[in-house]
Ligand binder design. Structure first.
Ligand code: SF4
Length: 369
């Protein structure tokens, strides 16, 4: 059977966060039921009993506000369309402000065994400014509810570089998150995306962002604190207790194949990338996905670009299995400069970034391109 990851996008939110440019919308509840029908049609169209689903990731948007009866229908359709591997990782994103009593149990009964919550930071004033609908105590309560329901694999997302965030704020947030004993932490630097409220506030001077050195200090503290709490960095922004790395994302970084369902969802099979329409109405109307056939050169570069994000790096045996070529033969000359500068290493059959290299990955990729 062919191992694949599945991704399901739920694009509905309670309120749009100031920094968010994901395909997600508030106030579109009337489209929730038609969306379910459309996604089911997409799942059925791609059904294949020879696919072994090793992971399912339900992201958004806010999947935890999607009505449970509709979510159940989507799960049924997925289970009818694909064979799920025993012990498949089934992750769902949950907004801590939406985890009502009984919901954690309902998710477990659907098969969810990993939950990712967007905490972002611990300070209420910062959360409010960002437009988040929760407080840190919602996160704490959420973790308790999930544990009581039997979820043994929880991720919290944090952000650094938030408007007015100090290093002390970031440290407090890290301690608060890690103190909850979660298995996984993601820590992202805030990106000012075009067209967001954040961009308007920053460009008008109304909101001030920490400077680059301060943000780097926050990230450096994240590296230290995660170590103290026993979480290992396995990707630039991701940390996990041993055995709890996100299998879905790990497979994507290793360039495993995946199918995407829902508006804006992407898929990758046999070097063909598909991208569903980003607009909800186009998706509901049945507008076809964009299809891109990657050249062999692009596919090899993608393997390197994604693999270098991982501490394990690009594994020679995986690269050879996917592309029928040795890393050394394709990139051996191009990687010399970064190797000499101590940014890249090749050891035990893998090419990987050193700690310094992870910081300047873009310049390494330019060399390898
Ligand atoms: S909850 Fe997530 S997807 Fe929804 S608006 Fe906020 S950041 Fe975007």
């Amino acid at each position: 059977m062919k191992p694949v990851g599945l991704y399901l996008h739920i694009p509905f939110c309670v309120r749009k966060c100031a920094y968010c440019d994901f395909p997600s919308w508030s106030g579109r509840e009337k489209w929730m039921a038609p969306y379910c029908e459309r996604v089911i049609a997409e799942i059925r169209a791609k059904a294949d009993a020879s696919y072994l689903a090793e992971t399912l990731y339900i992201g958004g948007g806010t999947p935890s506000i999607y009505p449970l009866p509709l979510m159940e229908k989507l799960f049924c359709a997925l289970r009818e369309a694909f064979v799920f591997a025993p012990g498949a990782e089934i992750s769902m994103e949950v907004n801590p402000g939406t985890l009502k009593d009984g919901m954690a149990e309902a998710l477990v009964s659907l098969g969810v065994n990993r939950v990712s919550m967007g905490m972002q930071c611990a300070q209420e004033n910062l959360l409010r400014r960002l437009g988040r609908i929760h407080t840190f105590s919602d996160v704490r309560d959420g973790v308790k509810k999930l544990r009581a329901a039997g979820i043994g694999n929880i991720n919290l997302d944090l952000m650094v570089g938030l408007p007015w965030q100090t290093v002390r704020d970031a440290d407090e947030s890290l301690d608060a998150a890690l103190g909850l004993g979660v298995e996984h932490l993601s820590c992202y630097g805030l990106i000012v995306e075009e067209g967001t409220k954040l961009e308007a506030k920053v460009s008008s001077g109304a909101w001030t962002l920490p400077d680059t050195d301060t943000e780097r200090e926050m990230y450096a503290h994240c590296l230290e604190k995660t170590k103290e709490y026993g979480l290992l960095q396995y990707e630039v922004s991701n940390f996990a207790k041993p055995g709890f790395a996100c299998r879905h994302n790990l497979s994507i970084w290793r360039r495993g194949e995946y199918l995407g369902f829902g508006c804006s969802a992407a898929g990758m099979e046999n070097n063909v990338r598909t991208q569903n329409p980003r607009s909800l109405s186009d998706y509901l109307k049945g507008v076809k996905p964009e299809v891109t056939q990657l050249s062999e050169e692009d596919a090899m570069f993608e393997s390197v670009m994604l693999g270098l994000r991982l501490r394990e790096g690009v594994r020679e045996k995986d690269f050879y299995r996917m592309h029928g070529k040795h890393l050394q033969d394709v990139y051996g000359e191009k990687w010399q400069r970064a190797m000499k500068a101590g940014l890249l290493q090749y050891e035990n059959g893998a090419l990987f970034c050193t700690e310094r290299g992870l910081d300047v990955m873009n310049s390494i990729l330019v060399d390898l391109m």
